[in-house]
Design a protein around this ligand. Structure first.
Ligand code: ADP
Ligand code: MG
Length: 331
């Protein structure tokens, strides 16, 4: 499962996202670079507040103002997205890259039936009659596992459970037939049994439609179930990248090791990482050098002096930790 063999669908280079705060600014993403292959599932993991959503929103040019993209290139399916005029980027949203947002409640319009919201998305991208689009909306709701979809399509979001809303959002995202689905914490708001259902759904979409998926999560169980490759983010930077099995077998960055040691019980959403003391730093007041050094059991003087670059570290791997690299750290 190597992206290079299947063609690169998305390539991100040196992406930077900033939010102004108290006269200064917060770097939610810095120097973020990665590629995603056709049909590949890449997980973007890290504690809450480390910049995962900001990175994903930047791919769609949907960073909420006054936040902004301050650097980088995003090439999707051969098109450089960041310089595009607004009307042109709108065509890519939905039909090229589709977004399953983190908050299912907020993402659905409370005064429209779920079916008609999906119809709107379908008709925004394809020349179908209302009747044809409705039939397709019902079909999509059925495919994502909503029971009795013809009836359910006429219902309003408040009549749906959390898990059903999440599925409806996946149906809506799929309705424009995207090549890449970006799912932001799709299993966070749902209970454990529904969580498995949503992961199954994403897996079958990938296998049947060759859909590419960027899975944003702090849930390492979801990563293990679905991802081909993993990007680990800390304080706005990617600190490790590896094929999923290699990451679980031999995590290299001390932060990754902490994340994996926290599986499965600890609630990373609350910023708890019991195997590593401390919590995610305030992005407005990052320590000098490696942002992880105050929590790192391996920190040395060099780690306090400069941000370590993300460098190759074995087949398909990169790591931003000179100490782990030099020591060939094993878990
Ligand atoms: N709308 C916003 N306004 C101001 N700051 C924001 C906003 N969204 C994100 N940030 C800043 O960017 C950081 C990263 O946020 P986010 O990308 O949502 O993290 P994650 O998705 O990993 O939990 C936050 O800690 C915050 O400092
Ligand atoms: Mg988020």
């Amino acid at each position: 499962m190597f992206a290079a063999m299947r063609g690169v669908l998305l390539s991100v280079e040196d992406l930077g996202v900033e939010f102004p705060r108290n006269g200064g600014s917060v770097r939610a993403a810095s120097g973020v670079s990665f590629a995603l292959g056709t049909g590949e599932t890449v997980a973007l993991v890290g504690e809450s507040g480390c910049g995962k959503s900001a990175t994903a929103l930047a791919l769609f040019r949907l960073v909420p103002p006054p936040g902004r993209i301050v650097s980088g290139r995003v090439v999707f399916d051969g098109t450089d997205l960041l310089p595009l005029p607004e009307e042109a980027i709108r065509r890519f949203r939905g039909a090229g890259l589709a977004w399953v947002p983190q908050e299912p409640g907020a993402a659905l319009n409370p005064v429209l039936s779920v079916g008609s919201q999906i119809v709107d998305v379908i008709r925004a991208h394809r020349a179908l009659s209302k009747r044809e689009a409705w039939a397709e909306a019902v079909d999509l709701l059925g495919r994502v596992g909503i029971p009795d979809p013809a009836q359910r399509a006429r219902e309003y979001p408040h009549q749906y459970s959390g898990g059903m809303k999440q599925r409806a959002l996946v149906a809506m995202a799929l309705s424009a037939r995207p090549k890449l689905l970006v799912a932001d914490e799709p299993t966070t708001a749902v209970d454990p049994t529904l969580k498995l259902g949503i992961l199954d759904l994403l897996r079958s979409l990938r296998d049947e439609r060759g859909l590419s998926i960027l899975l944003i999560t702090h849930d390492m169980g979801a990563v293990a179930a679905l991802a081909d490759r993993v990007l680990v983010m800390y304080a706005g930077r990617i600190v490790e990248e590896a094929p999923v099995q290699a990451l679980f077998d031999d995590p290299r960055h001390p932060y990754t090791r902490g994340l994996l040691a926290s599986v499965p019980r600890v609630d990373l959403e609350r910023g708890l990482l019991p195997s590593i003391p401390g919590s995610v730093p305030d992005l407005a007041q990052l320590p000098p050098g490696c942002a992880f050094h105050p929590r790192c059991p391996l920190a040395q003087d060099a780690c306090r002096a400069a941000v370590p670059p993300l460098v190759p570290d074995g087949p398909g791997r990169r790591v931003a930790c000179p100490v782990a690299q030099a020591a060939g750290v094993r878990s």
